[in-house]
Design a protein. Structure first.
Length: 286
């Protein structure tokens, strides 16, 4: 019996050691925290937006989508879709009247969509934008379920369906150009640059004109930080923004479970084999 117990402990120890050596690296697309200060980002100042939709038209033109026909109307908010990657909505606010706000993919620092993707089709680039890679996608659509902003959309009616979302014009960035929406904005309501610099600009605007802005940069800390930043003159819930997401990156909620799954699968066979050896009678044969 001592021999079988020793063998059981050895097998279990090897399994545990292997599991520890594997460690919590990037299982199921989870990504490690990196310095995002030099990521490309955009600062959307809703106090400067006049709802002209130049950003929407530039996005549609760049992606060969139909030009937007719908106008921003109070009480009729629109969301992004397979042929509209960014939208401008009108909101009736308590103290500032009608306020326009542009929305699109938030390009989270630690994206839930990337963490949920089993094949790294959703990918957080070193430059900051979150992109979708068609050649890797297997169509599971877990990214759609995982996104707290309900951004990725699936082309259900297409024979060759794709996941559609804003990629911050990543192809333009690699060529030294800015995103089409930022370039087209006549009011300079959209600023493009490095995240750290945009945060400095946002803080200075709040400091210089404290009665014009609420003391909150949306996206600075939400879900761990995003590369889409917002300024507003009213609380963000009045503009339809989710304010219940907290500051913890969504992958943090699931990584412990995801890391434990491969470890459990690794330990189970060794445990069962050890248990068999420990309980095997003298007359039993292998």
């Amino acid at each position: 019996m001592k021999t079988t117990r020793r063998k059981f402990l050895q097998l279990t120890g090897v399994a545990v050691g292997a599991g520890l050596l594997m460690g919590p690296k990037s299982t199921y697309g989870a990504i490690a925290k990196k310095d995002n200060s030099q990521h490309y980002a955009m600062l959307n100042d809703t106090t400067r937006c006049n709802g002209c939709q130049a950003c929407e038209r530039a996005c549609a033109d760049k992606n060969c989508f139909p030009l937007p026909e719908a106008k921003p109307e109070i009480g009729s908010p629109r969301s992004s879709g397979t042929e509209v990657l960014t939208v401008v909505n009108a909101h009736s606010t308590k103290n500032k009247g009608i306020v326009f706000a542009k929305t699109q993919c938030m390009h989270c620092d630690q994206p839930a969509c990337v963490s949920a993707c089993l094949v790294n089709a959703m990918y957080k680039t070193d430059e900051g934008p979150v992109i979708w890679r068609e050649d890797k996608c297997m169509g599971c659509r877990y990214c759609m379920i995982a996104c707290p902003y309900d951004v990725p959309k699936f082309e259900y009616g297409s024979l060759n369906p794709k996941i559609r979302k804003c990629i911050m014009c990543y192809d333009r960035l690699t060529e030294g150009q800015m995103p089409a929406c930022a370039e087209a904005c006549p009011q300079e309501a959209i600023l493009f640059g490095k995240r750290r610099e945009l945060l400095d600009i946002a803080r200075k605007r709040i400091y210089d004109r404290p009665t014009e802005y609420v003391r909150h940069i949306y996206g600075e800390h939400e879900v761990g930080g995003t590369n889409m930043l917002y300024l507003a003159g009213v609380p963000f819930e009045q503009l339809g923004f989710r304010t219940d997401l907290g500051t913890t990156p969504y992958p943090e909620y699931t990584k412990t479970f995801l890391y434990s799954v491969p470890l459990a699968l690794l330990l189970a066979p060794a445990f069962m084999l050890g248990l068999r050896h420990a309980t095997k009678g003298k007359g039993d044969k292998d």
